[in-house]
Design a protein around this ligand. Sequence first.
Ligand SMILES: O=c1[nH]cnc2c1ncn2[C@@H]1O[C@H](CO)[C@@H](O)[C@H]1O
Ligand SMILES: [Zn+2]
Length: 330
Amino acid sequence: MNYFDLPKIDLHCHLDGSLRPQTVIDLAAEQKIELPSQDPAVIKEMMVAPETCPNLQEYLDRFALPIQVMQTKESLERISFELFEDAAKENVKYLEVRFGPQLHTQQGLTYAEIIDSVVKGMKRAEALYDIHGNYILSLVKLLPIDSVNDIIDAGVPFVGKGVVAFDLAGAELDNFAHDYVEYTQYAREQGYRITIHAGEQGCGQNVYDAIELLGAERIGHGVAIKDHAEAYQRVKEDVVGLEACPSSNVQTKAIPELKAHPLNDFHKDGLAVTINTDNRTVSNTTMTDEVTKVMEQFELTAEDYKQIYTASVEQAFASDDVKKHLMQFV
Ligand SMILES: O=c1[nH]cnc2c1ncn2[C@@H]1O[C@H](CO)[C@@H](O)[C@H]1O
Ligand SMILES: [Zn+2]
C-alpha cells in the first residue's frame, strides 16, 4: 500500500513540536536570537527527542528552543502556515493543531493576537492546498491556572471559525482532573469541545476522570486504559475517541516498544482509535510514517485503515460540511 498517497487525518499535533529546523534558523536570525549552529541538521537534533526518553519531562524539554522563536505575530502565522503546508503535501486532508497560548506571550502578545495569528496562517494554507483544519487551545498543566479563563475568553470570537476545542497538555500527575473541573465547564459553556491528554504517563483513572469530570469527548493517548477496566468500559460506551500517537508513546515510555502499543487491541475491540503525529519535529515523524509503522507492525488491512480513517472523521471537531467532504475520500 502507498501510505504517502492515502488520505490521512491528524487530530493530535502540537504546533510548537512541529517546526521546520530551517524556519527556526530564519526566525532566530530575524529576531536576533543566538543559535549554537546555523546548520539545520544540528538544530533539528536539538529539537528531536531521543528514541527513548527516560520520561515525559525529557521529551517536553525539547520544546524550549522552538518556543523562543514563537513570540511574534509574523512567526506564529508562518509556523502555522508551514505546518499545514507540510501536512497537505503528504495528503493529510484534515488537521487539528493544538498549542498553548500562554507560551507565546514573552514579548507582550495578547492571547487574542496569538490565536488570530495561528488561525490566519492556517487559513492561508487552506486557501492554497486541499486541506482543512482547526485549532485546539491547550492549557499546559503546571503553568499558572488563574489566566485560563482569559485564554478561553480570547478564543471565543474564533470558536467555529478556526478554533474548536480546549485541551490540557504537559506533564501528567495522577488525579489532575479534579483541579480543572470549573475551567473545562466554562470552556464548554463558551462552545468549546473538549479533548484531554490523559493516560499517557499517568494512570487509567485519569482517563475516567477526564471523561466524567471534565467532559472529554476525546482523549490524547489514553494508553493506560488497557489496565483500568472502568476507564476502558467508559471509553467504549461513550465512544470516546482515542488519539494514539505511536512514535511519541515509544519516546516517552508510555509504552516500551511499538509492538506493545494497545491501539490494535483497542481497534479490534471496536474502540474509536485514531492515528496521529503528536509532534512532527520532536517525534521526528509525519502522518505517512505513523500510518506506515502501525499498518506494518500490526499487519492491518485496507479495511482496517478505512475504519480508522472513518473513526477520525467521526471524532473530528469539524463542521458537518467538512466531515462530508472528508468522507468522500473513503
Ligand atoms: O505528548 C505530549 N504530552 C503532554 N504534553 C505535550 C505532549 N506534546 C507536547 N506537549 C506539551 O504541549 C505544549 C503545547 O503544545 C508543548 O509546549 C508541550 O509542553
Ligand atoms: Zn500531545
